[in-house]
Design a protein around this ligand. Structure first.
Ligand SMILES: Nc1ncnc2c1ncn2[C@@H]1O[C@H](COP(=O)(O)OP(=O)(O)OP(=O)(O)O)[C@@H](O)[C@H]1O
Ligand SMILES: [Mg+2]
Length: 244
């Protein structure tokens, strides 16, 4: 068994021809870990998870999932390989109910009873969503929407879950609720990669962290050490919410 869930080496990627946003990024996420990628606006954090999710092409280097090269795997096939991704924006179906959103997350599973069981499991994990199960997802609060997005991704029974800015736009109280749910998901056996600007909240639930800046991974280490390292905070994280 491969101990590494995600393994990225010397990754080069970008959008416009000949302009690389990622210029040699390395990242490893071991099975069962929560790893957070931090970095300033525009550093390429979302680009990094989009490359891993198969949405942005690999221009150089390698991306592996459980030891298998996934650089050429199409995004829609990633869920079947055990990788789920919650984008930074537009991560729910606003005009569907909470329950219908969860059903959509189970599209890879044929069995009706399996889908029902999955939905029940999600309502166990997110009891406040059960109360709102018939409500249109677009009418929920920011925190509730984020929970729907996470629950929908978990409906596919992923081995690895990637979350892009799960705390964006949430009040401090909701941030802690959403992050504690992410931790519960990990305790259920899901490996988690988070991209965040809220360094403090994300590192508090993470095992390890990376700082992405100027196209490269600048620092990585134990989450607590990153949180306590004032030099790193001053150099790379000072401009981020949470540590400033
Ligand atoms: N679809 C796109 N086409 C062209 N350029 C893009 C596209 N998406 C992102 N970029 C550019 O790539 C760079 C990195 O963007 P990215 O969204 O990965 O940063 P980020 O670290 O996630 O930032 P934020 O913290 O603001 O979410 C930015 O300069 C951005 O303008
Ligand atoms: Mg982003």
């Amino acid at each position: 068994m491969n101990d590494l869930a995600i393994s990225v080496h010397d990754l080069v990627a970008g959008y416009a021809p000949e302009v690389n946003i990622l210029r040699g990024v390395g990242l490893e996420v071991r099975r069962g870990e929560i790893v957070t990628v931090l970095g300033p606006n525009g550093a390429g954090k979302s680009t990094l998870v989009k490359v891993i999710a198969g949405l942005v092409a690999v221009r150089g280097g390698s991306v592996q999932l459980f030891g298998e090269d996934i650089a050429e795997v199409a995004a829609h096939l990633m869920v079947r390989r055990g990788l789920a991704y919650v984008p930074q924006i537009n991560n729910i179906f606003a005009r569907l109910s909470v329950e219908e959103n969860l059903e959509m997350g189970a599209y890879t599973q044929g069995q009706r009873t399996e889908v029902r069981r999955g939905i029940e499991r999600m309502f166990d994990l997110f009891p406040q969503l059960w109360e709102r199960r018939r409500q249109l997802a677009g009418t929920l609060s920011g925190g509730e929407r984020q929970m729907v997005a996470v629950a929908r991704a978990l409906m596919a029974n992923p081995k690895v879950l990637m979350l892009d800015e799960p705390s964006a736009g949430l009040s401090p109280k909701l941030v802690s609720v959403v992050f504690s749910k992410i931790r519960e998901a990990r305790d259920l056996g899901v490996t988690i990669l988070i991209v965040e600007q809220n360094a403090k909240a994300a590192l508090a639930i993470s095992d390890r962290g990376y700082v992405l800046a100027e196209g490269r991974d600048q620092v990585n280490g134990d989450a607590r050490e990153l949180l306590e390292n004032t030099e790193i905070g001053r150099l790379y994280l000072g401009i981020l919410r949470g540590l400033s």
